[in-house]
Design a protein around this ligand. Structure first.
Ligand code: AMP
Ligand code: ZN
Ligand code: ZN
Length: 413
């Protein structure tokens, strides 16, 4: 009898289907947890697995990094190379505010985790995540919403509870959630404004506490993966660089993302000359030939989307057009601050690093791991859902497998 019960327990443990909730807290810098110690997130990280930091891909912007987390591929490989960029092949600019391009699947390479899930018979749901609004390989999450930042965090959380109440044949086993609060407040006041950052952080922490408590009430195996796309650094008002003056007289398209601007020349043969001209104007920025960038040498699938040249401001300096400068001045007056927060810079800067915390029945408890690149999240998500890893994925399973517990309940490492 005893043997039979043990055997049954073993089978049940193996057969319990795993659920994964991937939560992105936009702009949550690597050091906020230690610095401010919000109770629910701190308890979550301490009782699960946490990384000292998660390193974003370049550029450390929202769209390329969410999509890197979703696909396990770097921007130069998945093709969503920035928040705004020009695609010479399509002769069209991608911009996050342009709903038509955002919802057009042909901009998105790789196999996002929800596409992999659906293709393998696992239902997925999303209360926002970059890429979910477009059919990619003809597939979208079974349940999803078009992005609307005005939907309250509590409404998003409530919907997660509703999804989990669905009968098993309709219930999603992969859910994504997105909260922009820390990015919004970081941009407005800069990450060193402790009063504003901590106030927003504690508000968000309370809401996440409700989510964690609520999830605990389901008799389901739920693994929660909490990430951010990048960190944030201070930019003083006097450190804004006027891109219109910098790029004056250049024949080509200039697409600005603040921490970097892409230059797509009308005549590529003029590259060396234009680079020289820009370098003469260089004050707190450098100019890079895209063809010389270390990572991009071996690939040409999406290199053309980066342009011919990049203007890269020093950390803490930011490119703005003349019109952009006016709106920054207005923001300064409205929020009474001479400091803003920005991101997009190279991931070599610690300020650009984000977070990774995980907790659940298949995640080890009380383990801390060193900083790692965000391409490695995907193999963990795939392993938790027993999904095969597409061969183009750049993330490696061995980076996060040390935090996993095997399906038979054994610790693997
Ligand atoms: P940024 O700080 O410029 O890199 O981008 C952050 C902003 O992107 C957020 O404040 C959101 O408004 C916006 N955002 C995030 N996810 C989406 C989405 N799926 N679709 C459209 N906009 C989004
Ligand atoms: Zn972001
Ligand atoms: Zn941002």
């Amino acid at each position: 009898m005893h043997i039979l019960i043990c055997a049954l327990q073993h089978v049940t443990a193996q057969q319990r289907q795993q659920h994964v909730i991937l939560i992105s807290l936009d702009g949550f810098r690597w050091d906020y947890l230690d610095k401010f110690q919000p109770p629910n997130l701190t308890a979550f990280a301490q009782s699960g697995a946490s990384a000292e930091a998660m390193i974003p891909a370049f550029p450390s912007k929202t769209f390329p990094n969410h999509y890197t987390i979703a696909t396990g591929m770097r921007p130069e490989t998945h093709g969503l190379v920035d928040n705004s960029f020009y695609d010479p092949g399509k002769d069209r600019v991608y911009e996050i505010s342009d709903r038509e391009v955002v919802q057009d699947g042909t901009w998105y390479g790789g196999t996002p985790i929800w596409v992999l899930a659906e293709a393998n018979g696992i239902t997925s749901a999303s209360y926002f995540f970059v890429g979910t609004e477009a059919p990619i390989q003809g597939i979208q999450p079974t349940y999803f919403y078009n992005y609307d930042g005005a939907v309250s965090n509590l409404d998003r959380i409530e919907q997660v509870f509703e999804w989990l109440k669905l009968p098993v044949d309709k219930r999603p086993r992969l859910i994504t959630l997105y909260f922009s609060d820390m990015d919004d407040i970081g941009h407005r006041y800069g990450p060193d404004n402790e009063k504003e950052i901590s106030q927003k952080l504690f508000e968000l922490d309370k809401q996440l506490g409700l989510l964690f408590d609520g999830l605990g009430k389901y008799d389901l195996d739920i693994n929660i993966i909490l990430v951010s796309d990048h960190g944030m650094t201070n930019v003083k008002r006097e450190n804004l660089l006027n891109l219109d003056l910098i790029s004056e007289g250049i024949a080509g398209k200039v697409v600005n993302n603040g921490a970097l601007a892409h230059i797509y020349l009308d005549e590529t043969s003029q590259k060396a000359e234009v680079k020289k001209l820009l370098e003469k104007r260089a004050n707190h920025f450098i100019v890079e030939d895209v063809a010389d960038r270390k990572h991009y040498k071996d690939i040409d699938t999406h290199r053309d989307k980066f342009g011919d040249l990049l203007i890269l401001p020093d950390l803490g300096y930011y490119l703005a057009t003349s019109a952009g400068m006016v709106s920054y001045q207005k923001r300064s007056a409205m929020f009474q601050t001479d400091v803003y927060g920005e991101h997009g810079y190279s991931p070599i800067y610690k300020d650009m690093h984000g977070i990774f915390y995980a907790k659940g029945p298949r995640i080890k408890k009380g383990i801390t791991i060193p900083p790692f690149e965000n391409i490695h999240v995907y193999p963990l998500l795939a392993a938790l859902l027993d999904l095969p890893l597409p061969k183009e994925v750049e993330g490696k399973p061995e980076v996060l497998s040390p935090i996993m517990i095997d399906s038979d309940g054994e610790e693997k490492y």
